[in-house]
Design a protein around this ligand. Sequence first.
Ligand SMILES: Nc1ncnc2c1ncn2[C@@H]1O[C@H](COP(=O)(O)OP(=O)(O)OP(=O)(O)O)[C@@H](O)[C@H]1O
Length: 687
Amino acid sequence: MFFPGGFAQDPASMALGAGLLNQIPPGGQAPVQNDEALASIPGADLVKRLLDQYGIDSSMLITFGMLLTIFNSFTGLYAFFLGLIYQAMNFFAAYFLSKAHIRSNDESFDYVMEYLARNEISTDSRLFHVSTQQDIIPRKHKAMFYDGATFDGINRPDSEFVQADEYGPKLKFIPASAKKHYFFFQRTLFIIERTIEHTPTHNNNGMGARADDETVDIWTVGRNPQALRAFLAHCRILFMKQQQYKTVLHTCDSYDMRWSASQTRPIRSLDSVVMTFKDKNRLLTDIAEYLSPKTKAWYQEQGLPYRRGYLFYGLPGTGKTSLTTAIAGAFNLKLFILSLGSQNLHDNYVQELFMSLPPRAIVLLEDVDSANVDRDYGYGMSHDEDIDSEDDEEVDKVLNRGSNQRRPSNVSLSGLLNAIDGVGSAEGRVLIMTTNRRESLDSALIRPGRVDMEIEFGRANNEVLEQIFIQLYSGKKQQMSSLALEQEEKKSEKQIVEEAAQKQEIEELAKQFAQMVPEATFTPAEVQNFLLPRKRDPKLAIKELPEWLEVQLDNIKKSEEKEKRKRSKFLQRRQKWLKQRKQMKLLNHDDSDDDSIDSRRRRRRSRDLEDIAEEGDDKKKEEQEGEKSEEKKDDGEKKDEKESSVPEIKTETAEGDDSKSSKKSEEGDWSDIETSRPASRPTETSK
Ligand SMILES: Nc1ncnc2c1ncn2[C@@H]1O[C@H](COP(=O)(O)OP(=O)(O)OP(=O)(O)O)[C@@H](O)[C@H]1O
């Protein structure tokens, strides 16, 4: 690296150069004693003979040696001076520059990336990676640029058209890290450097390798960090303005189990989520009241923890998640989504995640039942410990174990409860839990204080059907371009009259549509699914509706019949199982007294398990029997059975919840059976 080193690198050439240099006479003639000089260098003789063989002048060797020596001297000198410059720069950086260091897991990283992208600072990088992968991590997307795409293009709602053309995904260029970018901000020079940190291959859980972690360093000249702070504040405002019309979704980073902003989406308007006016109004009023500064002060005065929880329950595709996203947008709250089913998640991580929530945030625990959080152990009934239970519910779980395909969660109920409202849990947040199976939730999880309001999402009733139709054919646009807004303002009187007539027509068609579709039969998602392919022609939708209805109602009928058969099989198996268990108990009572309790229990358990296995063998037979007996039943009987078995869906607040505490009737409960269509059909939609 240094000057002396440069000379020391090649002793042979040095000897050659130095030795032969002395031999050159002032006139530049080749020395007479060349051969002697060459003979003093090991191996030179061999080289000379080789050169002579090919008719090459051996004095070339001397010239080459000299050039090599001179070159070495220069590289040594270059390295030496470079070292000096680096040392001087380090000294200068330490004493005359201000520096900010930001890690990519902090939001401020996004602020800076936003600035870089907006000012196209990193796009001129001569060193970059090329990728065709679409945006998995939008944060990195900020520093990327697409072939021929401007910053504004990337940030448009239809940015996917910028990221791809008719041939597929466009090339995406990612400025290489460890490259410095220079730019001026408010007439001050800034230097910015992105670095990819290669972190260890295993995380705290000992699982998985993490994608590279990024950091960014920003320097500015001067010992006063004021300019640097001003720059960062500017980046923040820029970022916030950009996010104003977007909802930022945070999810749990599976590597370090911290929140990380994973996606930004255009804000979803509350109007676009259709539900009964009463429910929507009740919910929004409650959230608005909770988020008002006066309420916060009141909570503090009363010494109450400032938290609010909601439970959204009902069939899939009824708008639970959509409403949560819309609320986040409407109240300008950050959205944090946690799935308890994640295998990396343990009690302590859940607690840390809840503790690290910012004050104004919604935390969405999606499909909270899917985590199968049981009271004392992670999700439960992984073994057969409760086979002896007298509790009908436990027996049901054992019998239905086969139908639960979900992997057990590592989060215990007590861990989750602690996280939600433990001492360290963050205040000011809104907790929204969603579930398709309210009845399977532990009552402790939804008790008042943890869940303050419940909203049921059901199949579309008349009001909802009408609204979905109107929303689709004449609903407000989510995002209006400035051009569209301008045109809106410039409308002539004639246009306004025409639009009013059109609106009226849509409203009439909507009424007609709602009357044609049977109430409480389809979820909003199903209705939307029918309307979307006909989104440009409301009359066509009305015309094609009867045909669609015929097919759908036929499918529903078939699935309900299948449901009945399943239920009947289940009840038969259960009856048999209970009978066998009683017999086992009687037998065990007669067992010799000198047996230990443990061994008796073990024996009993294994017998019970054998019985269950036998049940599996008998399954086919029973199915046939079940089908036959089903056919024989008269209509009146069927009706009675259905009435007694359809579980009641709770529609009010969690107060006085008794869905778990009241034992399910031996014959009547079959909600745990997996069904192709949800078991709660037919049901009331909204209260
Ligand atoms: N009430 C509704 N209003 C408007 N759109 C709806 C409504 N319900 C469902 N949708 C549409 O159906 C799709 C699924 O909705 P969403 O994910 O909100 O349902 P969900 O109840 O959360 O379902 P899951 O329980 O499976 O999570 C979305 O595209 C959404 O736009």
